[in-house]
Design a protein around this ligand. Structure first.
Ligand code: 5RP
Length: 221
């Protein structure tokens, strides 16, 4: 199987975690696109979806799945999303698609975060994948200097504006030994909207697709 087929397998496995008559939190990216397409087959059985990006909202709507406002709901049982890297404790780097802020908001509301990945995303230590940081445009240079002070090499994602009208700095060269600590530290830099470390609220279940099948994994304690 190629990588896209593995992403599809992980996405289809997530359907088993979707109860009838619930609202589903939906992430962003190529793995999630497979999940949205699969979810379309049971759209009559769910109440709708809360989306983490304009791209996912458009895909959900094209399938006839109602896209609901997060502010209008009391409860979100489950959020399904991919990751760029995930470690043994299920801390993640996310934001390769630039949707990290809305992803983190929807994940914060959800009772359960189900991460769907192909096996290449599983790592021992986070940081080989550049860490995305969403910044307010006027703070770009200030935030870049602060990120360099922390040992990273920030690079502006050229020609990219987030759904929230902001910029992304991709931070190279970080070896992230303390994801929870670094997530908090980056949040303290003035001008940072969100960073792509999902460690304080990591995944609760990982559906990891490999040639041998899709594994259902719980985080190491
Ligand atoms: C988007 C994300 C995605 O979940 C992450 O980039 C993985 O994407 P893909 O499923 O295309 O490999 O965080 O902001």
């Amino acid at each position: 199987m190629n990588q896209d087929e593995l992403k599809r397998a992980a996405a289809h496995a997530a359907l088993d975690c979707i109860d009838d008559d619930i609202i589903v939190g939906v992430g962003t990216g190529s793995t999630v696109n497979h999940f949205i397409d699969a979810l379309a087959g049971r759209r009559e059985r769910i109440r709708g979806a809360v989306s983490s990006s304009e791209a996912s909202s458009a895909r959900l709507a094209a399938h006839g799945i109602a896209v609901l406002d997060l502010n209008g709901i009391d409860e979100l049982p489950v959020y399904v999303d991919g990751a760029d890297e995930i470690d043994g404790g299920f801390a993640m780097i996310k934001g390769g698609g630039g949707a990290l802020t809305r992803e983190k908001i929807v994940a914060a509301v959800a009772h359960r975060f189900i991460c769907i990945c192909d096996a290449s995303k599983r790592v021992a230590t986070l940081g080989n994948y550049p860490l995305p940081v969403e910044v307010i445009p006027m703070a770009r240079a200030h935030v870049a200097r602060e990120l360099a002070r922390l040992g990273g090499q920030p690079r502006l994602r050229e020609g990219f504006v987030t759904d929230n009208g902001n910029l992304i700095l991709d931070v190279h060269g970080l070896e992230i030994r303390d994801p929870v600590g670094l997530e908090g530290e980056l949040n303290q830099i003035v001008g940072v909207v969100t960073n792509g470390l999902f460690a304080r609220r990591g995944a609760d279940l990982l559906l990891l697709a490999a040639e041998s099948g899709v594994q259902r994994l719980a985080p190491a304690q």
